[in-house]
Design a protein around this ligand. Sequence first.
Ligand code: S3P
Length: 438
Amino acid sequence: MKAVVTSGVVAGRDLTVPGDKSISHRALLLSLVSNGNYRVFGLSSADDVMASYRLVEALGANIDAHEDGSITISAVGAEAKEPNNILDVGNSGTLIRLASGILSQMEGSTFFMTGDASIRRRPMARVTNPLRQMGAEIYGRQAGNLAPLAIVGRRLTPIEYRLPVASAQVKSAVIFAGLGADGATVVIEGEPTRSHTEEMLLAFGADLNIDKSDESNRISIRPSTLQARDIYVPGDPSSAAFFIALGLMTNTSMRVNGIYLGPQRDGFIKIFKGMGANLEIIADDNGNFDAISHTSQLSSIAIDGHDAAAFIDEVPIIATVAAICDGVSEFRGLGELRHKESDRIKTTLAMLKSFGIECGEYDDGLFVVGNSHTQSAVTRVVDAHFDHRIAMSASILTMVLGGRTEIEGFDSVSTSFPTFVELLESVGGGIEIVESDR
Ligand code: S3P
């Protein structure tokens, strides 16, 4: 599906973004390893999260939706049933990788999982390798690297596993598998990654231990009886980033309320501040944050890949901001971008080039020449390659530069940010959805 995005006068607003996607996935998936009924407030209704919703229902979890938007889940724990069809993860890498860990330890059941064209291109060996080391029986194309995956649940053996890539998804898959292993499974991460899985498992009473040192985090998990607890999902910082960026680049202020800004999710805030952003972060009463961005005099940035897991999802919008400031920005050490919903080094560059911005590719990143865009108000055409963050970055850039942008693959936006269109319109954007031949 194609959208034509046009910009009006950008009006500053108070916005609320949907619940955090990473936390929403885990809130649902925990029903497969815990017992009891629990309520989830603020769950994201993004397509990716809905794929988790359907997956846990297919395994027997009962979900009741309430009028206030919250849900009550009856966890299935050891009673999870073998689904009678293929599980469809849609576009969600988080879901297929976390579920692989959970399903691998469901002894006696067989599962089939697949997803859309992007999922079927993304590397799964990063999870199937450690899970197989634990004794999991997993099949997939390219010797278990590509979905569709078939998983036969087994009693697993604990391993000590040092993550070869900084990945919360891989860490989480091994931790979840560790719930069904005979003894203590240990995951060591040299570079910290988001820790929602550990925090949420601890809240459910897991026998989990985190040992932090300067060199690494060492997480150990033992089989545990988990008691479900109510979950409050904060606003998604990765969604907020688009509107925070818009406030920085336009003659207005944007406020996004109630977002999660815990460790490894606040990297883009630090980077924006490093670029000279006039950005206020205010703690609220629930342990979350309001972010207020104001018009800023921005300068270029050099990123070397250090702590990349803390901002990897925000690179498309950071690169977009880099296009609207003085100087040349360098993004290095970000090879993981090639394994996201699209090859985000290529798709970010192609998106920026559609605006006439000078930019180029490295093996492990990109550079962007600030303020090098074409001035004329022509219609540009962007192919988002069904990558939500590319489609949204192109929309925000249109708001900044004016004119009209045709964005192919715009429907991908609902994979993470179902209210994006509504919010963009509320700040002055125009969006017309047009069907395309694809
Ligand atoms: C996620 C982890 C990150 C991130 C993804 C969500 C998660 O991926 O890019 O959007 O919820 O665990 P990796 O762990 O593969 O880097």
